[in-house]
Every structure is written in C-alpha cells, then in structure tokens.
Ligand binder design. Structure first.
Ligand code: CA
Length: 416
C-alpha cells in the first residue's frame, strides 16, 4: 500500500488534505492578472512559472505559458522529471524550504483558471448502470441497452468551447422544446436542467492513426472531475437521429487541478468483468481504471448542502484508454489537450446514481434535501459541487471541488 510522503508544508501531511506531496496536481494560477502554471501542496499553491523564471526549474519555458499544453507535449520523460524535482524540493527536510516559501500562495486566496487549453472534447456513455437506468426510462427494461453498447464505448463529439473551470456560473439554457403531448415545438427555458457526474481524461501525447489500448493509456496525462450540464427536455426533442447537440453545449465544468496519471498509479483497478467478449482492439492489457470515490453536493441558494449521490470511478464499463483506442480506430487523430468525458458514472444502487434524471427517476421520485425541500432537476441559484479522491491508508489523492451555480435563463435577442 502506498504511504504518505511527508512535506515541509505542514498542511500537506494532514490525512484529509486533497493535496499531499504524493499528489502534485497541475493547475493555473492567476497572478497579478497573468496566468501561471502551478501545483497544489496542502492548503498552498506553488507558482511554477515563477520558479522557472527564478531558475529553480528548466523546462524550456513550457511552464511560462499559462496553460499545461506545452508541458504535456514534452512527453513522459519530462513529466516524470518535473514530478521528481518537485518531490525533492517539497519533501520534509529539503534545503529548498527557505528559498521556496516566497512562491507559495494560500489556496484560499488563489484565483484558479482553466488548467489547459481544451483542443477537442468528446463525451462518452460508458457506465452500464447509467445506460441501463436511462434506457429503462426511455425504452423499457427489455431494450435498455442499445445492441452496440456491450461492444463499444458509445460517444459523441462535443464542444471544446463549452468547457469552463470550476466556479464559473452556468446560465440555464433556452431552447426548442416539445413533449409528446405538444402539437408543435416551442421556444422556452429548459425545465429539466441536470448534471452528469463524470471524470475527464486529458490526452497529453498526440496520435495519428489507430492506437492500442496500452498506447492509449500511456497517452493520458491526467484526470479532472467533469460535470456535463445537460438539458433533458431539449435533448429529448433533438437527439434523434444524430445524438445530443444543444442540450449538451451550454457548459461543461471541470475541476481546476489536473491529477496526473502518475499520482493515480497506485490506485489502478480492472474494469468490471465483460458480459460479452470485446473485439481484440478493445481488450485491456492490464488494469486501466482507478479506484476513485466520487460524490455530488447540491446547495440551494443560501442553504445547507445535501450530498445527493456517492459512487466510484471503478463502476465504469469502459476505461478512458479503451475510449481513446476506439476513438482513434477510424484513424481519427488525437491532440494534446483533447478532453474525454467518461460518461455519467452511476453505481448499482439508487444512492449511487450520477444524475438527477436517474436519482429522481425522470422527476417521478424527487430527491429530498436537508431542510425538507426536494429536487427533480436543478433549480436557479443551486450550486452543484463534485468531489473526488483516491483514498489510501494515511493520505488521499484528491481533485479539489468542481462547482457551478445555475443562473436564471436569459431570453434572446437581448432586450434593452
Ligand atoms: Ca455526459
């Protein structure tokens, strides 16, 4: 079992911190209005841009760009070199303590920006519990899973432009709506605005042509928490035959810290047992998922939070590596900064469902919140908070929070 690496940053040794020295996640700090690459250590943020300028680090200027893309492009040897250097500089007893202290900023005062330039965004539908729940609601229990589902990770090409960093407010979308009872579609605000609890995998090395699952796994730089905001009523009317479009294009929130694949390495687990054999190009050569506890809190405006679901990333039927292998199988190139949404992560029980659509069973069984109010879908003023951590005996590899508050819809064309 992996053990805590102690740091001279005392808060990094607390068992409940998301950011022990074992983690070293990568984010971007706004420093005097300029974006600086940074890492988190305990309750502090370490400015790596400033460290490179002060010649503590030399990565050819890759840490001075205000986004992690250039560093990711340097490849594995440099990824490991930075991790080794930072581990040495921040370890308990390191001589660097005095010189490095001026480069620390308290996390509570840090303004964090999007950690990388999202070059492409693809979202999948790869949790069997989620697909079964949604399919049962819309097509009945006997036809819950589409015939292709057990053979490939189903996905759609999303919008990189929709990805925002945690803390960014999300405007309830307007759109074209039509229920089976309506004669014609009408224009209105989404009444069934929802969340999807997902993990995002970040591609750190490009490909041109098909890659194996093992090659795909090695291309992944790290992971973030991801909330795929979804307008269920817009989706219901638009999704046939080409899948979701405007229902998923409003916003996709991600957590501000990229937790590296290196930090998650001790927490690898196998995907669940296959129900039917996969074609060879999708077979996993080893454990490609991670044991990461996940939860979502819902906080109505000015009221106490209720944790509405708890699940685990290991519930996925397909890993991110399998998704990349499938994504590239047609020859589709993958780029540095490509973001892949896992798909909603639901577990086997009701309390493990990763969306309000499932938790409230399409609105038929509203979720009870602390204080006695209920929710079928997200209401204006609600703040949704995703949290996640891989948990070891004496430390945890956490992601920080991924939050977003929902603002009321705004009609257009804008008036006045
Ligand atoms: Ca999704």
């Amino acid at each position: 079992m992996t053990r805590l690496i102690r740091s001279w940053v005392e808060s990094a040794n607390a068992p409940d911190t998301d950011f022990p020295l074992n983690n070293l996640p990568y984010g971007v700090l706004s420093a005097g209005g300029v974006a600086h690459c940074a890492t988190a250590i305990g309750d502090q943020v370490l400015d790596l841009h400033a460290l490179e300028q002060a010649n503590f680090l030399d990565f050819g200027g890759a840490l001075k760009t205000g986004e992690w893309n250039d560093f990711m492009a340097l490849g594995h040897a440099e990824w490991q070199r930075l991790r080794n250097i930072l581990t040495g500089l921040l370890s308990e007893g390191a001589e660097a303590e005095g010189p490095l202290r001026p480069y620390l900023t308290p996390m509570a005062e840090a303004h964090l920006l999007l950690p990388f330039r999202v070059t492409e965004y693809t979202d999948f539908y790869a949790s069997k519990h989620h697909a079964t729940n949604v399919g049962t609601m819309f097509r009945g229990k006997d036809n819950a899973l589409p015939p292709n589902w057990l053979h490939m990770p189903i996905g759609y090409n999303g919008r990189a432009s929709s990805v925002v960093v945690s803390g960014t407010p999300v405007r309830r979308p307007m759109g074209q709506l039509k229920s089976p009872d309506d004669d014609a579609p009408y224009w209105g605000s989404s009444k069934r605005f929802d969340i999807e609890l997902e993990m995002g995998a970040i591609v750190g090395q490009p490909s041109d042509g098909p890659v194996t699952v093992a090659e795909a796994d090695a291309m992944i730089f790290g992971y973030v928490l991801l909330n795929d905001w979804s307008a269920r009523d817009i989706q219901a009317w638009e999704y046939q035959p080409l899948g979701p479009f405007q229902s998923k294009a409003t916003a996709t929130s991600i957590s501000p810290w990229i937790v590296t694949a290196a930090a998650l390495e001790p927490f690898r687990v196998h995907t669940p047992e296959r129900e039917v054999p996969l074609l060879p190009y999708l077979e996993e050569p080893g454990p490609m998922l991670y044991n990461i506890d996940l939860e979502v809190g819902l906080t109505p405006d000015g009221v106490t939070e209720t944790v509405i679901t708890r699940t685990n990333y290991r519930e996925m039927y397909y890993s991110a590596a399998q998704q990349i292998a499938h994504h590239s199988s047609s020859g589709c190139p993958m780029r540095v900064g490509d973001l892949l949404g896992s798909g909603t992560i639901s577990g086997p029980e009701r309390e493990n469902r990763g969306s309000l659509l499932e938790l409230s069973w399409g609105g038929k069984e509203p979720v009870e919140l602390v204080g006695g109010t209920t929710r079928s879908f997200v209401e204006d003023g609600d703040t949704l908070t995703l949290r996640g951590a891989a948990v070891a005996e004496d430390h945890r590899i956490g992601f920080g929070a991924c939050t977003g508050q929902v603002l009321p819809a705004r009609n257009w064309p804008k008036e006045g």
